[in-house]
Design a protein around this ligand. Sequence first.
Ligand SMILES: [Zn+2]
Length: 359
Amino acid sequence: MTSTIPVFDGHNDTLTRIRKPGEERSFLERSDRGHVDLPRAREGGLCGGFFAIFTASPGYVRTAKPLFDAEGREVPGGVAYDLPPRLERRRALAFTLSIMSDLFRIEAESGGEVQVVRTAEEVRACREEGRLSAVLHIEGIEAIDTRLEALDVFYEAGLRSLGPVWSRPNAFGHGVPFDFPRGPDTGPGLTAAGRRLVEACNRLGILLDNSHLNEQGFWDIARLSDAPLVATHSAAHALCPSPRNLTDAQLDAIASSRGIIGVNFHVGFLRADGDGSGREPTPMTEIVRHARYIADRIGVEHVGLGSDFDGAHMPEDLGDAAGLPRLLDAFREAGFDESEIRQIAYENWDRVLADTWEA
Ligand SMILES: [Zn+2]
């Protein structure tokens, strides 16, 4: 069975990935590298999504170390990593502007096939008229000053979503490490600047993404924000105890805010053993397993997709964006009906974007 349901996606790292030295490719031409380009998006029914700008910490190498619990005992099979160091603002700003420019150039060169969207109505129109919608998202806002002046400028340029932190500390809050197994309560909440950021994003209509944020920061946003709570690319901690995933209490809070979880496709956030290496194959039914858990706990209206395409290790039987129809078939085989699949594929995102941007 081939699906005709379009998919709107909560997160990709394609803009950064396609200019990685040695892996450069054009977004507009089909490639067998990575996961997303325009031809593969068309083939898979990917109608749009969040296009992240992410600035890496220079020189950081992720090195696995033993994990210790709060009592200082080594956790068998556990793994810990040092957080990447703080990122210098000047470097983040230069890189962010450069990637933003890439996206605007892709839009300009696409002959009307790609549109940077600023309203929920534009997202809908792109889907119905066959253009790929791109929501400009910054993942970890080291490029923004604590007076939030750059925020105003980025908003005017089209920024409609941001994650205050990636998995490292910055002037706004603290990101979770990639340790496993571990809970997301890994440090203090938002800074004073982070709390001002919440107010500013509410006022401007910028979506605040909780993926990568630690638990105290999440509860600060839950308390301060008047927008739906969103995790664009995370999964269920009860099924895979990564600090990148959401506890049941966090899922409940997202539901009561009328928010959404974009279920991440990264095998290390899906598998019960947290193994993201790809040493063993992982079926895409793992994505469905997390979606089912979240839907059963808080309702299917809070489930979306947040692939992490071009930034993570995909289930081998999904492959890339062209494999999305197979994923929707896996939802069917698991007993989701067509109206539920439509909600997960794009309708829930439509609602949250409208509620966030137009409130
Ligand atoms: Zn991420």
